[in-house]
Ligand binder design. Structure first.
Ligand code: G3I
Length: 319
């Protein structure tokens, strides 16, 4: 039988899983992570700002390097994540009362160092993560409030300078289907392209939930971004449900996984799919959404959920 990544490769795409450092000491877990199912990984936390620059201008790469080393040893690409976000920022950064000039140089210094450190070792960077509110306005955060939306172009230019070969992405959630937030991202990417700002791809996180329905028009939405001249990727896929799971919810979940996979397969510039870890043992969902979980294709005992796994494999062209 073929693995998910082998099937994806036959379609010219990759199939990946996020991971995190604590899990890398779980040998049953790493046997599957590095065992061929996944052609790419994303560090769930260890390349974020609080991890990489915990004190100003003091950089810390040990945990990010551990993920890169694991990937290299197991023939996996790395989708690096993330340079500019509103969350998981160190307190020296959030407690400072920075002028725009100061914050711009902090941003540029961070990106020069972190993307410079990983240059040549990562396939892509989520340069900017989650810039938008649900209504399509810019998120009110340190970056936007101090620098306006221009921080996005500043970050992309700094990333290109630091790592000319990495594919540079903007990544967000609830942009998978049509809607105000997706339109805002579309207009942003269109305008960045028109200004010659380096932007190579758009990431669609795809944190879906059985109880919220499937995003409307996903394939057409991915295609309209691709038509702007950028790659697209599914970057953090999971499909949570209200616990306990039952056969109807799992059937819906399997359909959602299949439909996301089919949408990516149908769009030539969709480069691949990453699930936000592969096993419920290490999913972020139960810690964030009380009473929800069972979001991933492998259960808490690292066993495949046959109907979910098979739905993805079939959508990837397996039989
Ligand atoms: O490191 C501390 C540890 O010292 C402490 O004992 C423990 C107690 O709670 O917390 C640990 O920090 C946790 C961190 O993950 C590392 O495990 C934080 O509480 C926890 O909030 C944090 O969650 C991460 C979350 O981003 C934070 O926003 C998840 O692991 C990570 O999967 C999640 O990933 C995000 C993407 O970056 C962006 N898209 C959404 C996605 C899911 O939220």
């Amino acid at each position: 039988a073929s693995t998910l990544n082998q099937l994806a490769r036959t379609q010219g795409k990759y199939f990946g899983s996020a991971t995190d450092n604590p899990e890398l000491s779980d040998s049953a877990y790493t046997a599957i992570l590095g065992g061929g199912e996944f052609g790419s990984t994303t560090p769930g936390n260890s390349m974020k700002w609080d991890a990489t620059e915990p004190q100003q201008n003091q950089f810390s790469y040990a945990r990010g390097d551990a993920v890169v080393d694991f990937a290299e040893a197991h023939d996996m690409m790395v989708r690096a994540h993330t340079l500019v976000w509103h969350n998981q920022l160190p307190s020296w950064l959030t407690s400072g009362n920075w002028s725009a000039t100061q914050l711009t140089s902090i941003l540029q210094n961070h990106i020069a160092n972190v993307a410079g450190h990983y240059a040549g070792k990562v396939y892509s960077w989520d340069v900017v993560n989650e810039p938008f509110n649900e209504d399509g306005t810019y998120r009110s955060d340190l970056w936007y409030n101090t620098l306006g939306s221009g921080y996005i172009a500043t970050a992309l230019r700094a990333a290109r300078a630091a790592d000319p070969n990495a594919k540079l992405y903007i990544n967000d959630y609830n942009t998978e289907g049509s809607g105000a937030k997706s339109d805002a991202m579309y207009n942003l990417v269109k305008s960045l392209k028109a200004q010659g700002v380096p932007i190579d791809g758009v990431g669609f996180q795809a944190h879906l939930a059985v109880q919220y329905g499937f995003p409307p028009g996903m394939q057409a939405n991915l295609q309209r971004f691709a038509d702007l001249g950028v790659d697209v990727a599914i970057t953090e896929l999971d499909v949570r449900m209200e616990l306990p799971a039952d056969s109807a919810k799992v059937a819906t979940q399997a359909t959602y996984y299949a439909n996301v996979t089919k949408a990516c397969i149908a769009v030539a510039r969709c480069v691949g799919i990453t699930i936000w870890d592969y096993t419920d043992k290490y999913s972020w969902v139960p810690g964030t959404f009380n009473g929800q979980g069972s979001a991933l294709p492998w259960d808490e005992n690292l066993n495949k959920k046959p109907s979910v796994y098979d739905a993805i494999a079939t959508a990837l062209g397996g039989s």
